[in-house]
Ligand binder design. Structure first.
Ligand SMILES: Cc1ncc(COP(=O)(O)O)c(C=O)c1O
Length: 392
């Protein structure tokens, strides 16, 4: 009997402590985290820089309202602006909220600043943007929307990586195109560089804003601070969350100064957004992850992990899709990924994630070493073998 609502299928384990990739149960069992709390613990569990920043800030000031200046919030906004090349930041508490803010800002900018009646938001089929009503309407997967209708109006969906389909969908009412640089929940599908360059060009030509959802791809995950920085484009809007505060809840919407004019006092707000505790933690994260050597190592370890997995299990893999340390390993019908994921958890004490398209998702902490990659590849090979021999 549980008093919790049935929103998750939880594994029957309680973790009481964490360090790096390791998670400990109360009885001292060690599990290995290759999912980082679904892309949150990018610096591993309890990174000392984050823990110390939180400890120090917690003893000084936990909350003060956004009616007053917040020094840590201002410093974080400055860091994010310098990193991203965007100019203004709005802070909230989650990825869905950051996307809500993006949709609201895009519509209000188009109407109130540009004086154009543009409200339509075009997103991709198979996308994931969050669970609130606006973010859910933006999510191009009916399975998440079923039963919650009516959703907000003004959303259109197009196939991902299909420029012609996007061109056809853009209308004089289009305010925003919102895309993930790599579709995460949808199965780990990276956008091609040509597609994003084409999308960027189409948006400019048609007076449409380009927004990127970097909630899962951001904060070093893909080998650059934000994934778009590897893809040769400059968006008008970027949503960020998950790993940004190293394990504390945060969301951020980044925008150009031009587009940010769409918000004026009273048009959007968040009680907790950008509070001193989370922004102190985020400053510690950002100052580590923005370092060029750190980001180069992410790409290097990502390549090592890919090679190790292919060497260990290549024959069973249909496709391995990867950007930095965001990996999707798609298997053929001989390997059922839900079963494989369960076996990895039960028998190897490894945390990964099974996606709907028979793809195993890995989002290891960005501090993972070659030994961590080898451990995973060996465990994967063992469990695939057992699974095929019917020993699970
Ligand atoms: C790309 C993307 N956008 C938005 C969200 C929603 O973020 P949150 O759960 O913090 O609201 C997620 C969460 O998985 C995500 O992967």
């Amino acid at each position: 009997m549980s008093w919790l609502m049935q929103t998750y299928n939880r594994c029957d384990v309680v973790f009481v402590q964490g360090a790096g990739l390791k998670l400990y149960t109360a009885t001292g069992e060690i599990y290995w985290d290759y999912l980082s709390g679904i892309g949150v613990n990018n610096l591993g569990h309890c990174h000392p820089a984050v823990v110390n920043a939180v400890k120090e800030q917690a003893g000084k000031l936990l909350h003060v309202s956004n009616l007053y200046r917040i020094a840590q919030q201002e410093a974080l906004a400055e860091e994010l602006a310098a990193i991203s090349g965007l100019d203004r930041v709005f802070f909230c508490n989650s990825g869905a909220e950051a996307n809500e803010a993006m949709i609201k800002l895009a519509r209000r900018y188009q109407r109130e600043v540009r004086g154009e009646d543009r409200f339509e938001v075009i997103t991709a089929l198979n996308s994931f943007h969050g669970r609130t009503y606006g973010a859910l309407a933006a999510t191009g997967q009916p399975k998440y929307q079923r039963g919650f209708e009516p959703l907000g109006a003004g959303f259109k969906y197009v196939p991902y990586n299909d420029l012609a389909a996007l061109e056809e969908a853009i209308s004089p009412q289009t305010a925003l195109v919102l895309l993930e640089p790599v579709q995460g929940e949808g199965g780990i599908y990276p956008a091609t560089r040509e597609y994003l360059e084409g999308v960027s060009r189409l948006c400019r030509e048609h007076g449409v804003l380009l927004g990127l959802d970097e909630v899962q791809t951001g904060v070093g995950r893909c080998g650059s601070f934000y994934a778009y920085q590897r893809m040769g484009i400059r968006p008008d809007l970027v949503s960020s969350a998950k790993a940004l505060a190293g394990g504390l809840p945060i969301g951020a919407l980044l925008a150009t100064a031009e587009v940010a004019q769409g918000f004026v006092p009273g048009t959007h707000a968040s009680t907790f957004g950008g509070g001193p505790l989370v922004t102190a933690a985020a400053l510690a994260v950002v100052r580590i992850v923005k370092q060029q050597e750190f980001l180069e190592e992410v790409e290097k370890i990502g390549g090592y992990l890919e090679a190790a997995i292919l060497a260990a299990a290549g024959d069973d893999i249909v496709e391995l899709r990867r950007l930095g340390l965001m990996l999707g390993i798609q298997f053929g019908p001989a390997v059922e990924v839900k079963q494989l994921n369960q076996a990895l958890f039960n028998k190897e004490k490894i945390l990964a994630n099974a996606l709907a398209n028979n793809t195993l998702r890995l989002l290891p902490p960005l501090i993972a070493t070659e030994a961590d990659c080898d451990r995973f590849a060996e465990a994967l090979a063992r469990q695939i073998k057992d699974l095929k021999e019917g020993q699970v």
